[in-house]
Design a protein around this ligand. Sequence first.
Ligand code: KG4
Ligand code: ZN
Length: 401
Amino acid sequence: MIGHMPSAYILGIESSCDETAASVVRSGEEMISNVVASQIALHQPYGGVVPELASREHLRAIVPVVKQALAEAGKTFETIDAIAVTQGPGLTGALLVGISYAKALAFALDKPIIAVNHLEGHIHAVLLEERQKGNHELRFPVLALVVSGGHTHLYLARQSADTWAYENIGHTRDDAAGEAFDKVAKLLGLGYPGGPVIDRLSKYGNARAVKFPPSQIKNPDRRTPSKELAFVAKSATDGGTTQVENGRPRFDFSYSGIKTAVLRYVETHDMPGPIDSRRRALATIAKPKLEDYVANCDKQTLDLIASFQRALVGDLVAKTLAAAREYDVATLFVTGGVAANAELRETFEGDAAEQGLAVFFPSRPLSTDNAAMIAAAAYPKFVARQFAPMDFSAEAGMVLR
Ligand code: KG4
Ligand code: ZN
């Protein structure tokens, strides 16, 4: 950040979903500690996050996780300047654990508290790491694709003085991209979460084997057409038509169709039997390794996995780059859990370069949920003294503006 800004050590706390996380970040530019306690093992038997279990586990983990983050940073409660916590979006019960603890700390220590939107956090994960590498130059506007288990959003991000503002120009109309990865993996007997397994297995299959026509991943508009809605013809490279809302072109996503297409393929290719065997075989292994997954997948399954990932990644990249052209952006951020995907990174890097667009990702540890991104996003608010009142609460469906 710019030289005249005050230096501040912010303790970030994140508990919106299935990771309890705490981190100390200096002035939005130096991550000093980053502790993440994942609940994956707890939720694995259920094939997804169980909200009640998540809240209880956050309660158990929050105090040791925060203490560890302070200890690793060589800090104490007294020597931090502010406490930042995720307000939403996320699971209400899970969010409340982080918020209640953060409020108690702020009250007892007489330190300011900063409420952060989780999605803004994902965007600031990229900014934090770029500053840490010494890159303080950013060309605006920035287009950010936030793509995770719960979200698939496109934001135009702008900074004026200390304030960041965001405009949503696209979102998923049904499933998030990570949700599609998780549901397809579950459907194929590969367990939870699906993204990392599909990512690694897709290298073993032929991505051209199964065709998922664009009609299966188009974005049907189920809302009633209003006066503000119109479709304008675009060049063929922009996918035919673009929806316009309030005079601003939109680039929406839809990933429930491709999940259904995978289900149809499974049903029409006699795959349920082998899937059941695979599910049972993998359940007997405490921590299955890549070799275990490969050994339990036939060629047909590997080809289906590779083809699914290719189709989904192709759609995410094509829509995002079309939005970048439409809004004439110079910089692209790709962040959130799915940004850890190797094929997504390679495709974005190749295609964005062709378009003369600089693309930035967080490192893999900062792609998925963490508290460093919350502490980093809080810094401009600290400088602007945008502190939260003590009576703020969790906002499960919080929007980013
Ligand atoms: O950001 P995150 O940790 O939590 C949410 O805010 O949702 O993202 C978790 C999501 C899960 O759906 C997971 O399957 C997906 O990110 N994911 C991946 C990969 N690693 C995690 N998806 C594709 N490829 C990966 N390597
Ligand atoms: Zn997230």
